[in-house]
Design a protein around this ligand. Structure first.
Ligand code: MTE
Ligand code: HPA
Ligand code: MOS
Length: 764
């Protein structure tokens, strides 16, 4: 089934925040952000801005009726700065005016005196100064200390990944409308309607039941609107609260890039020990996460880095420690993969380093260490592994031996053009790592004409979750999909939602829809049985008709529904789902946190222009474990988008802050994202149908985040192509591998500039 939004999308008729018709009297907001990354506020002068014609009022922290606090995990984040500023762009004041242009112009007239304090942008410096967001955490398995002695080879090094701008096409924004009795209706481009509602209630000092958050869809979120949509909505609501007027704020692109956090950059140390036959015996990693100024979601991101620190491999002895480091940058946040990609990059670097020094392809080490059924993850859960199946299937169906031979031939025949190949296996845990978040609710109404309305806590952000929700209802009722509509996500209809995140939205909300629909079916069966004068047990709903004992009757879905209504049977249901069997004990860092894992293997090939340092990805060929996909079109879209987004992170998207904490890559002219020309020439996706039972909706495994991690293969494919040209090159494990870095490596005599000298220790 096609994505249900495609019809309105291609006509430009889909409604995003900026398309909502404005109410009369709507005012427009703009935030004034700190020009300095760190310092004490000595004086704030609003007078010139206030005098501008059209400026209605300027709000500061003094106007907050409740608490000036929007921190989600740690209460360390003010809505508006009070005495200090902690990053460039930190909101200090909120101008409300009769037009957006006037509001922006007024922010330029605000003057602020700041007494500067020391600025930290590097997470390692933050760790040295003990600027930690939360205490460090360590995951352990076996005993690394004694495993080093048994290791034939030991390698150490540094691996670094930079941040990533979410670049949702729709920027952040909100529109708030006053209702009677101090109720407020909030349109917000958020992945977490309840997060908006909850924090707004705290800031305004009113109960949550006065705040109706409504979301039609987002023009992308990618994690950037899991927590960071809240701020803008509350700024608007603060103004609406005081002025009793509708207030809208839709950020400019450069404003959004400057003020919002990105994927957490990491700087990590690794140490890997291998046996003579290339089994990984021990792995130690220390992760330094650049959290930015406040906690935001970083502690949860940090946790997922630890969960995924061994990627798809079984390692018997592991010690992984992670530090969440406070810096004077906008708070970094959720981004597709949520710390998992950052963790996986480090072990892939460790394997690549070992392979370099042993003079073998990394794939030999990768393949030998893939997780098998029953292997234990460092956090205690046992794998139900498809890792090996995916790998083997990829090797066979994509004829890897032939591919390798072709590449070797090409490389021997071409001097200034080289090809590289890399394998990237993935393993990603599905569930929110915070157990309580693994719950969802759905409200299903069957109307008297047989049409169906479905509401859930799921937010549509392009990932196709509404299409899947519709499919669940249409399948359970066995009616034509055109009879079902999915309604907006609304906190008055569905309460206490978890954000649409962790790739779990379809599973959690879909199961709730399934339960609600099944309950309604069970109420309808006796009605049909009575009409047909048979027993309930032989009744079945199939293809819009009632079937009795396996035979189609004349009784239609519409007739059945109307008869049930006449008999005063409840045709609506509100259902709740909570993932069973999951748990985690953080005091020992062990448990069974994930409902299941998603596996896969990608083979990436690249052609490198060794004169210019530019490159083109020939192909990404994937075997991916979907369980049994419920929507191949939507799932293929997620795969392709995730792969390209991952390649962007690994190769061209380069976030640059200067030492003063100012974002230099602050527009699309200086921050390069993949366009249609940088998409691999070929993306092959083989849907591996895996038979194991799982907790996914209709056994269709979550697909939102996992494919991003295939992009890591792009880094290593490029690295291999560089080494084919210049065997003495030792490109640093420092992503992104931009064309500049590629060019430097191609002509370097030894290691390319790396953050610190790389330690290489061969045992004995
Ligand atoms: N796909 C599109 N088109 N737009 C998005 O914003 N977000 C990604 C992924 N795919 C995103 C997307 C992220 S970060 C997550 S967690 C999942 O979708 C969320 O949706 P799901 O739980 O329904 O997979
Ligand atoms: N993934 C995404 N978002 C989250 C998670 C997670 O595991 N935990 C809390 N928010
Ligand atoms: Mo996705 S990073 O869990 O929103």
């Amino acid at each position: 089934m096609k994505n249900i939004d495609s019809y309105t999308h291609v006509r430009g008729e889909s409604i995003y925040l900026d398309d909502i018709p404005l109410q009369q009297g709507t005012l427009f907001g703009a935030a004034f952000g700190s020009p300095h990354a760190h310092g004490k506020i000595l004086h704030l002068d609003l007078s010139a801005a206030e005098k501008m014609e059209g400026v209605v009022r300027i709000f500061t922290h003094k106007d907050i009726p409740g608490r000036n606090q929007i921190g989600g995990i740690v209460p360390d984040e003010p809505l508006l700065a009070e005495d200090e500023v902690h990053f460039v762009g930190m909101p200090v004041a909120f101008v409300v005016a009769t037009s957006a242009d006037i509001a922006y112009a007024a922010t330029k007239k605000i003057k602020i005196d700041i007494d500067p304090l020391h600025i930290i942008t590097d997470p390692r410096e933050a760790r040295e100064k003990n600027e930690l967001i939360v205490p460090p955490r360590t995951f352990r398995l076996g005993d690394v200390d004694s495993a080093w002695a048994q290791s034939e080879y030991i390698f150490e090094g540094i691996a670094e990944t930079n941040g990533q701008e979410h670049l949702y096409i729709e920027t952040q924004g909100a529109y708030t409308i006053p209702l009677e009795n101090n109720f407020i209706k909030i349109y917000s481009s958020t992945q977490g309607p309840t997060a908006v509602q909850r924090h707004m209630a705290v800031v305004l000092g009113i109960p949550m039941h006065q705040l109706e958050v409504d979301v039609t869809r987002l023009g992308g979120g990618f994690g950037g609107k899991e927590d960071q949509a809240t701020l803008w909505a509350i700024l608007c609501a603060l103004a609406t609260f005081h002025l009793k007027k509708p207030v809208k704020y839709s950020l400019h692109r450069m404003e959004d890039m400057m003020m919002t956090g990105k994927r957490n950059p990491y700087s990590s140390d690794f140490k890997i020990g291998l046996s003579k036959d290339l089994k990984i015996l021990a792995y130690e990693a220390t992760f330094h996460q650049n959290a930015g100024a406040t906690a935001d979601l970083s502690p949860a991101v940090l946790e997922r880095t630890l969960f995924h620190c061994t990627n798809s491999y079984f390692v018997p002895n592991v010690k992984a420690t992670a530090y969440s480091c406070r810096t004077n940058l906008p708070s970094n946040t959720a981004f597709r993969g949520f710390g998992g990609p950052q963790g996986m990059f480090v072990i892939e670097s460790a394997i690549a380093k070992a392979a370099d020094h042993l003079g073998i392809p990394a794939s030999e080490i990768q393949q030998k260490n893939l997780l098998r059924n029953g292997d234990e993850f460092p956090y205690g859960q046992k794998a139900e592994s498809e890792a090996n199946e995916c790998w083997q299937e990829a090797v066979e169906m994509y004829e890897v031996e032939k591919l390798k031979a072709e590449i070797e031939k090409f490389n021997s025949e071409n001097k200034l053009s080289k090809k590289g190949l890399a394998f990237m296996p993935i393993c990603f845990g599905i569930s929110f790592t915070k157990i309580l978040m693994n719950q969802a609710r759905a409200l299903v109404h069957v109307y008297t004409d047989g049409s169906v309305g479905v509401s859930t806590g799921a937010v549509e952000m392009g990932q196709g979750v509404n299409t899947k929700m519709l499919q669940v209802a249409a399948t359970i009722f066995s009616i034509d999909p055109s009879k079902v509509k999915v309604h907006t996500t609304n906190t008055f209809r569905i309460s206490n939602t978890s954000p649409s995140a962790a790739s779990s939205t379809a599973d959690l909300n879909g199961k709730a829809v399934q339960i609600a629909c099944n309950t309604i079916v069970e109420r309808l069966k006796p009605v049909a049985a009575e009409i047909l004068k048979v027993s309930d047990s032989v009744i079945e709903l199939r293809d819009g008709f009632v079937w009795s004992d396996g035979t189609k009757t004349d009784l239609t879905w519409e007739q059945l529904v109307l008869s049930a209504y006449i008999k005063r049977i409840n045709l609506s249901e509100h259902a709740h789902y909570a993932t069973p069997g999951i748990g985690f004990d953080a005091s020992v860092e062990k448990g069974h946190p994930f409902a299941y894992h998603v596996y896969g293997t990608a083979i990436t090939t690249v052609t490198l222009d060794c004169l210019r340092g530019i490159y083109e990805f020939d192909a990404v060929k994937v075997v991916h474990d979907f369980g049994t996909t419920m929507n191949p079109i939507v799932d293929r879209g997620q795969m392709e988008g995730g792969i390209v987004q991952g390649i962007g992170w690994m190769t061209m998207e380069e976030i640059i802050y200067d030492k003063e904490g100012r974002l230099r890559s602050n527009a699309l002219s200086t921050y390069k994202v993949p366009d249609i020309y940088s998409v691999p020439k070929e993306i092959d996706i083989h849907f591996l149908e895996t038979k194991n039972d799982n907790l996914a909706i209709f056994r269709s495994k979550a697909v939102g985040e996992p494919p991003l991690m295939y992009g890591i293969g792009a880094f290593f494919a490029l690295r291999n192509a560089i080494k084919a040209f210049n065997p003495s090159a030792d490109p640093a494990f420092s992503a992104p591998m931009t064309p500049e870095k590629v060019l430097m490596s191609l002509y370097s005599k030894t290691a390319t500039p790396s953050p610190k000298p790389q330690l290489i220790k061969e045992h004995e």
